[in-house]
Design a protein around this ligand. Structure first.
Ligand code: NAD
Length: 295
């Protein structure tokens, strides 16, 4: 699926470049780099390169102030060559996430974290979607599963994955139960679910014995255990019970990267081609880009 999206993007990016003389550019803001961020960053940069998108990494040292980060993001907001901005997480603990996210122009917020985009998602309007949550639902739709009416359980309620995934599943007419650390009977909820989305960051949290036979399982978790990357689901036991399950690595992750670049192209087009059709200028604090994937 990711390869199919990237193949199509490559053609679209090339024609954008012909029309405008520059490629869509993704700015990745990296504050106080750590090892997992570096791995993720490499994947993004590789993904950019394979589609002709320009990837720009803005490295900011760990001892920087919040005000300086905001100023740097404001410069990126005003730079017409920069189509989209993502901030690599986790941030150093003393930097407030909200202050950084709110500094991003909602029209360049291609990972859908700004409150304006989160609000649009909540209300069911078009806006940039968090790429991982978007990929979680796309992987099911592109596999041909009918989601309407399914009992879905989402484990994890973060703003980045669990919460937006649950909203997107509601859009698909699922009946959604959100579970989290304080859920009393997680196995009981999972047992009743036709669809289980796991985004907890807890390896082995869901096992085959917990699943209803024939359930669909989307494993979003990325954990390092004994030097290996594993998800939140015990794949070997779950695959014997589930109708379908996404692997880790190689499942939601690659699709997330491809979808992020789709959002980026949508942003670039909105900034340079949709002027006067409901688009807003950068820095107005108002969303303007359509970010639903063409799929
Ligand atoms: P987070 O720590 O912000 O949120 C985790 C959520 O899971 C919380 O709501 C918490 O209550 C819940 N949770 C944690 N342990 C639990 C348990 N034992 N039982 C029930 N609920 C539990 O994490 P996040 O940023 O949402 O990421 C979740 C996972 O998804 C991580 O493993 C992360 O690496 C991965 N992730 C993957 C991608 C991708 O592209 N595939 C992108 C982002 C995050």
């Amino acid at each position: 699926m990711a390869a199919e999206i990237r193949g199509r993007l490559k053609i679209q990016v090339s024609s954008f470049r012909e029309r405008h003389g520059f490629p869509p550019t993704l700015a990745v803001v990296l504050i106080g780099a750590d090892a997992p961020s570096a791995v993720y960053l490499n994947q993004i940069v590789r993904s950019c390169r394979s589609t002709g998108v320009s990837g720009q990494v803005i490295e900011i040292g760990p001892r920087v102030t919040t005000a300086l980060i905001q100023r740097r993001i404001e410069e990126l907001n005003m730079d017409p060559m920069v189509s989209g901005i993502i901030v690599q997480m986790p941030l150093p603990s003393r930097i407030p996430l909200r202050a950084v996210i709110e500094a991003i122009d909602p029209g360049k917020d291609v990972d859908g974290l700004h409150p304006a985009n989160a609000g649009l998602l909540t209300l069911g309007y078009e806006g940039f979607l968090p790429a991982t949550a978007h990929a979680t639902v796309e992987i099911l739709k592109r596999s041909g599963y009918a989601l309407e009416g399914l009992d879905a359980v989402v484990i994890g309620r973060s703003n980045v994955v669990g919460r937006p995934a649950s909203l997107l599943l509601q859009r698909e007419h699922c009946t959604v139960t959100m579970c989290h650390r304080r859920t009393r009977d997680l196995p009981g909820h999972v047992r009743r679910a036709d669809l289980v989305v796991v985004a907890a960051g807890a390896p082995g949290l869901v096992t085959g014995a917990m699943l209803r036979p024939g359930a669909l399982v989307v494993d979003v978790g990325i954990n390092v255990v004994d030097g290996r990357i594993v998800g939140d689901v015990d794949f070997e036991s779950a695959r014997l019970v589930a109708a379908a399950i996404t692997p880790v690595p190689g499942g939601v992750g690659p699709l997330t990267n491809a979808i992020l670049l789709e959002h980026l192209l949508a942003a670039a087009r909105a900034q340079h081609e949709d002027a006067g059709q409901g688009a807003h200028a950068p820095g107005t604090g108002r969303p303007r880009a359509r970010a639903t994937s063409a799929a």
